[in-house]
Design a protein around this ligand. Structure first.
Ligand code: URP
Ligand code: ZN
Ligand code: ZN
Length: 464
């Protein structure tokens, strides 16, 4: 045994089992998981005392937007601050959306995203490719799959960003996904009806009266539910593989469950904010800060999403991290259609889900690890390299203290925002130590990693 590091005395939690064991790390890999490894330590090995702590796989956030040009600005967490924040929150792999602009091909977008990520990233990463023009980009799917990116996103809204896909493009992409072993991820909101509701409310009088509350008022649940229903219809007709991203409604979860029971090849994730926040956040003077897309819904939706996570019909949790500072959010000047939409989340995903999920008995520890670490790794073609604590897997490991609560304070966070949706919340589950491929990148709650350490991870296509 020539382990460089041994994590001793902790409770190892995987999606399958909970057990007391030590974890040995050699180079970038886990080499053993069993009790008694401390005795085998060579001179000079680092011993991490994890007594009274949980030892879990690093989180896999399959939905982020770092440094994204969006809503007339650029999201404030770049590949430096975003991945530092991830590390501190116990996330060791993220998958960001590479989006082609102008006449860019998918491959152009892939290389542009790689150029931003490679010198900066402190954790491992991959990309989904956004298909913004099926005619030009549809033939590129095999090439991107060969590059290790078998997942593609289509947006049912965002015409003004130049990102929107119509039903035909989704139908064709889903057909291809079946042939190629790819997965089509869909942002499901009903664009024409949403435009109509926005236009009806876009008056000086209503904006003065309701302010940022117009954001949830113009996005009732049926805007998401109808779009999910339609996307599911195309998946059912084509036999393609569909993944509904950032699902925010109980109705959406019901549609997914029914479709899965019929044998439709569809999965749906939700995000931390839809589990933790409801639309009362828009009532205060800072309500506009909480604008994201889709926006947070009602308490009943939260409940249904937790239930789906428990049962597994909601398959995983991500963050949709798309951070903006107060100054950027202030661009709205009273017009809710101009608020940059998105929230920071990488640093708080595991703590929020642990605190509201496990401590409030909505999820077991196994379910927590499954939905935040193991299942996203499996679904996205990263498992068993990522998402588990097992011999031969990458040593992506988080040690966290289940009892210690930390008050969320943006001034003490890595996330590049001067506010936080969970500001003042006392959350358990921040990483005391985070290891990414064997290297400690958080030690005693402080980031100690470095830019450029993170690596691009090739992902396997579906069914391989
Ligand atoms: O609200 C957010 N995060 N918007 C980012 C783009 C999207 O639709 O995922
Ligand atoms: Zn989206
Ligand atoms: Zn997103």
């Amino acid at each position: 045994m020539a382990a460089d590091t041994i994590i001793i005395g902790g409770t190892v939690e995987t999606a399958e089992k909970q057990h007391k064991a030590d974890v040995a790390i050699e180079g970038q890999k886990i080499t053993a998981v069993r009790p008694g490894l401390a005795k085998t330590a060579r001179n000079g090995a680092t011993i991490i005392d994890a007594r009274g702590k949980y030892v879990i796989p690093g989180g896999v956030d399959a939905h982020t937007h770092l440094e994204l040009p969006f809503c007339g600005t650029v999201s404030s967490d770049d590949w430096n601050t975003g991945t530092r924040a991830a590390a501190r929150g116990g996330v060791t792999t993220l998958i960001d959306f590479a989006i082609p602009y102008g006449k860019d091909t998918l491959e152009d977008a892939f290389h542009k995203w790689m150029a931003k990520a490679k010198p900066q990233a402190c954790i491992d990463y991959s990309f989904h490719l956004a298909i913004t023009n099926w005619e030009r980009q549809g033939s590129e799917l095999p090439r991107l799959i060969r590059l290790g990116c078998p997942t593609f996103k289509q947006f049912m809204i965002y015409e003004s960003e130049g990102w929107q896909s119509d039903d035909r493009a989704m139908f064709l992409a889903l057909e291809q996904s079946k042939k190629l072993g790819a997965m089509i991820m869909v942002h499901a909101e009903s664009s024409r009806v949403l435009d109509e509701l926005i236009a009806r409310h876009h008056t000086k009088a209503l904006m003065k009266k309701y302010g940022a509350r117009l954001h949830p008022m113009t996005r009732p649940n049926y805007i998401e539910a109808e779009a999910i229903q339609r996307a599911v219809c195309w998946a059912e007709a084509t036999g393609g593989r569909l993944f509904v991203v950032h699902m925010s409604t109980g109705q959406g979860a019901d549609i997914i469950r029914d479709a899965q029971r019929r044998g439709v090849n569809v999965l749906a994730e939700t995000c931390t904010q839809y589990l933790a926040l409801d639309d009362s956040v828009f009532n205060g003077p800072d309500g506009h800060l909480f604008a994201c897309c889709p926006q947070v819904k009602k308490k009943a939706d939260q409940q249904r999403l937790w239930e789906g996570l428990r049962r597994g019909d909601v398959c995983s949790i991500s963050t949709d991290t798309c951070s903006f500072t107060r100054k950027q959010k202030a661009m709205w000047k009273g017009d809710w259609t101009k608020i940059p939409m998105g929230l920071p989340g990488l640093e708080t995903m595991l703590p929020v889900v642990y605190t509201l999920g496990v401590l409030k008995k909505r999820l077991t520890m196994k379910q927590f690890v499954a939905r935040c670490c193991t299942d996203p790794a499996k679904i996205m073609g990263l498992y068993p390299k990522k998402g588990t604590i097992a011999r031969g897997s990458d040593a992506d490991i988080v040690v966290f203290d289940p009892k210690k609560r930390t008050k969320v304070d943006p001034a003490r966070m890595e996330t590049n925002t001067d506010w936080n949706p969970y500001e003042g919340w006392r959350l358990a589950g921040f990483a005391k130590h985070t290891f990414c491929r064997g290297r400690r990148i958080v030690a005693d709650y402080k980031f100690v990693g470095s830019n450029g350490y993170g690596r691009f991870v090739r992902r396997a296509k579906y069914g391989r």
